[in-house]
Write a new protein. Structure first.
Ligand SMILES: [Zn+2]
Ligand SMILES: [Zn+2]
Length: 367
């Protein structure tokens, strides 16, 4: 079928809207009409060539939300008309997948940024020549997309589907790091470093858990203002040692849970230094390969835990519907993070995201 997609023609080039041909879904896939797609920094990293194995031209996008148009012959549990969010790919067979931690799938890298299906085929083409896609096995910057059914999460139909795409990646990353991994008790202290989409979703989750105080640290005053509105009890402009002293004062000696989303080594160090004894720092910010950071060894020996988390360690079919329910109850107001763009304005959305003017761009696909 004929579809319209945003193509990155070559490494580092801007997105170009093109008409392409999309093959029908494989037996284990669904075809969905993409209503809207979130944009994540990972899409821009793909555009800019951070993924060494990603071929071009390629269609990115990995926070797709839409409506099932058709299901492959082997698909059960999903039917045309279902409202769905597409989450991250996982193989289902490796150790982490079998132990219920699909976010750590050992085969994830190829499935996210190999540009092809697992069997090597490419569903998109232009004039008979392949256009690479299958970015996170979805490539949602497109009016229609195919995705493995097991990565597709059915959501309640009374929720505004055009807002839900970011739950598939960025928002479940922040919320899951808090609710699934930290699992704080009410009254425990929490600090988040970097209040973009991931950080603010972590902050909203900390509020749901009843954390107090909730400290937000960032360099953008407008983001700190939003953090306050969403539940931060303290909002601090990041100023190194001064910020550390302030956090220690607010928390009576250090914070119990720190969420690092910035991927800046000095900020990660600050998050770890802000921990009290037995505190936990969770790293979700993704830095480029080769990025290193140093900590004082005696400091970590004080019972402090530093761990990395991918995708909030979520099982999307359980976690995303739970977040949708919390949103519908007004407790996880993800709409406050979203700036909507028409699909044709994708390059403006990307530029706004890079300079920090938007928290979470969401592109509305033409019907
Ligand atoms: Zn796996
Ligand atoms: Zn993402």
């Amino acid at each position: 079928m004929r579809i319209t997609a945003a193509v990155v023609p070559a490494r580092g080039q801007p997105f170009e809207i093109q008409e392409l041909d999309l093959a029908g879904p494989a037996a284990d896939e669904v075809l969905l009409r993409v209503v809207a797609s979130g944009m994540c920094h990972t899409d821009l990293h793909a555009r800019d060539g951070y993924f060494p194995n990603l071929p071009y031209p390629v269609v990115c996008g990995h926070e797709g939300a839409g409506i099932v148009e058709a299901a492959g012959s082997a698909v059960t549990g999903l039917a045309p008309g279902d409202h769905v969010v597409v989450s991250f790919p996982w193989c289902g067979e490796c150790g982490p997948c079998r132990s219920d931690h699909p976010a750590y799938c050992v085969n994830a890298r190829a499935m996210k940024s190999g540009g092809r299906r697992v069997d090597g085929s490419t569903p998109l083409s232009r004039g008979g020549a392949p256009v690479y896609s299958c970015f996170f096995q979805q490539s949602s910057f497109s009016t229609f997309a195919v995705a493995p059914a097991k990565d597709v999460v059915k959501v309640r139909a009374d929720a505004p589907i055009e807002l839900l795409g970011p739950l598939g990646c960025g928002l479940q990353t922040g919320a899951g790091a808090v609710l699934n991994v930290m699992a704080p008790r009410a009254g425990q202290s929490f600090a988040v470093f970097g209040v973009g989409g991931v950080g603010l979703s972590g902050l909203m989750a900390a509020r749901i858990a009843g954390c107090d105080p909730i400290v937000a640290v960032d360099v953008h005053p407008h983001r700190l203002a939003l953090a306050r509105e969403l539940g931060a009890t303290h909002a601090l402009e990041s100023k190194g040692a001064e910020t550390l002293a302030e956090i220690r004062k607010i928390t009576g000696g250090g914070v119990e849970f720190a969420l690092e989303t910035s991927a800046v080594p000095a900020v990660f160090r600050l998050a770890v230094d802000a921990l009290r004894g037995l505190g936990t720092c969770v790293l979700v910010g993704s830095a480029r390969a080769g990025t290193e950071v140093g900590f004082e060894m005696p400091w970590l020996q004080g019972g402090r835990v530093v761990r990395g988390v991918i995708q909030g360690d979520s099982r999307p079919r359980e976690f995303i519907p739970r977040l949708v329910d919390l949103f519908m109850e007004g407790r996880f107001p993800l709409d406050r993070l979203v700036t909507r763009y028409e699909f044709a304005d994708i390059n403006r959305a990307a530029a706004d995201a890079v300079r920090g003017a938007t928290i979470k761009p969401v592109l509305r696909l033409p019907a």
